[in-house]
Design a protein around this ligand. Sequence first.
Ligand code: BYC
Ligand code: FE
Ligand code: FE
Length: 477
Amino acid sequence: MSTVVNDEKIPNNVNLSSDKKLQRALEAWQPNFISWWKEMGPAGFQTDDVYLRTAVDVGQEGWAHFDYVKMPDYRWGIFLADPVKDRTIGFGDHMGEPVWQEIPGEHRGTLRRLIVTQGDTEPASVEQQRLLGQSCPSVYDLRNLFQVNVEEGRHLWAMVYLLQSYFGRDGREEAESLLERRSGDENKPRILGAFNEPCTDWLSFFMFTFFTDRDGKFQLLALAESAFDPLSRTTRFMLTEEAHHMFVGETGVGRVVERTAHLMKENGKDHPDDVRKLGGIDLPTIQKYLNLWYSLSLDLFGGEVSSNAASFFANGLKGRAKEDHYDDHKALEGTYAVSRFTDGKLITEDVPLRNAMNEVLRDDYVVDCQRGVDKWNRVLEAAGVSFKLTLPHRRFHRHIGLYADVFCDPTGSFIGKEAFEAKQGEWLPTEADKTFVLSLMQKPIYDPKQMAGWIAAPRIGIKGRPVDFEYVRHGEA
Ligand code: BYC
Ligand code: FE
Ligand code: FE
């Protein structure tokens, strides 16, 4: 077991004090991180006491501590899962060789790019969510938002640790740039598409944590297989925290669906306009938000056919999720059937399996998303509502890969640009939909006993506390 030190400037289990140069570099980055947090983190709550979970250990039990903390005082630390004894590379051309504790020179550039791409998403999501506190549906939800935010901050620390320890001057420069790019900024945008999209209402936030954080889960699972052992150990621990983010999304959307179904049944109303008048989010609107965030998140897996993905796999840099579930870890023989449009006609062709690794990971993701959608549908069913939420086809509304700019409907049929533009208001949130959703979220709820009218209360609170516990002491400085 690694020793965890929590009383140094930077809590860690990597024996940071034994490497003075690295410690100094990270301690020099720390105030810049705090400045970024104060500028781009949750706006308006920085002096409040928030009931937060803080990672303090990496064991199965008791890895986290719960207490009130002011967010800028959160103890962002560096925690790697314990090493696996005699771990060997589990896939690719170097299968069976010992994992790397240092980076082979030839993989430096590629690994740096993967780590920077991963690292960039973490602060991006905090930036996207920075104003949401000001329209929170409850104190319980407010706390969950901040929990997600501080942990995304810690995930940035996780990647910055790798950059600063293993990539020398380049790594230090990348660590600075991670604090300089800004979500949605035309001149210095975040790297990946979905992380530049506005996320300014709570329905979007719940969709984001369900769909986009779930991309995080699968990318982290793939990186956890890496031959570069420090990356594997870091991502393994990040996954522990990630589960809560997806819980927030799954239960968040589920509670919105539950509330809508309840309003429909109580009042005997089915029509979306009536649901809106009752102060609920109508199901077709929920479906549109689902379509948007699912399709944006599908893009995050990269192209269906990718030589980058093939070389990541060949070189042992990035594997498949749960690589040990597969029989063939070399993936040299297999093929994968990929469909593409040529002149509006769908043609299926086999590509070498390694080149389809983005698609293989996306397959797992789709299955995982469907499981959540099924749960939401069970809520509708239990309430006696016949509407069903569905995942649109993966060819719908894509901007990366083979289906970028091919214009399919939600069933995946090619319909062309004109037809798409004529119909997109039925499939994706319109300005009017966004205005309506925002209109429900004009007043934040800071009284722990209250819950906004468009969302059902959760079943249970956090860490055994009641739902109406004062998770955030707002404005009591
Ligand atoms: N937007 O060969 P291709 C998370 C670029 S989420 C913009 O298909 P590749 C979190 C691509 O970089 C998890 N650009 O891509 C969630 C490449 O550029 P270059 C984040 C894109 O390399 C919520 C070019 O297009 N982690 O943690 O196979 C809250 C050709 O593409 C996009 C990672 O992403 C896009 N969507 O795979 C907080 C893991 N997609 O090289 C946090 C690390 C592709 O030609 N990243 N491009 O300049 C990777 O594994 C890979 O870079 C990707 C792309 C899967 C993203
Ligand atoms: Fe994260
Ligand atoms: Fe997350």
